[in-house]
Design a protein around this ligand. Sequence first.
Ligand code: BDR
Ligand code: CA
Length: 322
Amino acid sequence: MKLILDLDTGIDDTLAIAYALGSPEVDLIGITGTYGNVRVEQGVRNALAVTDLLGFPNVPVYQGLGHASRKDSFEVQPISAFIHGDNGIGDVSIPDSSRSAEQGSAVDFIIDAVKTYGKDLVYVPTGPMTNIDAALKKAPEIRDSIGSIVLMGGALTVPGNVSAWSEANISQDPDAANALFRSGAPATMIGLDVTLQTLLTYNDTRKWREIGTKASIFLADMTDYYIKAYETTAPHLGGCGLHDPLAVGVAVDPSLVTVLPINMQVDVEGPTRGRTIGDGERLNDAHKTMRVAVGVDVPRFLKEFMHRTSVAVSGKRSNEAK
Ligand code: BDR
Ligand code: CA
């Protein structure tokens, strides 16, 4: 399968890159950058540096839109810097890539990729939905030709993480997410309902550390920072949420989750702005365009996660490719 990751490259976005690059089924044809955990420029810098470190310097990275569709600027929230570090990757330093972002527009790259690969293409946004919203507005026909969209964002059966009803990626640009949800594009929502069940602990990061490569030690150091932040923000969980890698996991193997077919919307007006909920106007529409993950096979996902990320940080796939 052809995969595009759309990332606000913070810590779990980086883990999503590692999961994708450790998956033999996946051809990662590009990364498009968005804002959220970090500014878009920093996220692009991180995506370039991480793909280099993992031995995949040929993955093109495009800089996408830098702020929400109805705003004209973006500032990183202090809570994002607390969870992901000022540099987005747990304040761990890795070398800058010698590459730069591709010259073309991220939105045009997405549109062209859908036109080239059609149903073989899965698009996985793990930040705000701003880039895919812009692509659907510019080329509405891609809605019917894309394979699927597997997004990390939202919360249907549990509270939000930035407010009682809103999850971080959706809250950055509720208008874009609402346009996507109501567009009729085939989308699976991987929200806090399931991502807060898939938790990583220091026992797991120790296994990466034991592999002993630069990449494995980076992943361990970076993720230890994230686990420590979770000890403050969500001590009841006993680990850190594997939000973004679970979306990649489901893109590769949809059987990891159980889903509710439902037509969704995002509240954009009033006090519940940013809430992800069923669309009352399309309740009786027999054609359900979205799936919301409400259950996850936790042991199987964690096994796949550790296996695939370990392959990525050992350089096994990148060496095979050479
Ligand atoms: C989501 O918000 C971001 O901070 C994470 O990278 C993840 O995509 C979790 O709510
Ligand atoms: Ca993210």
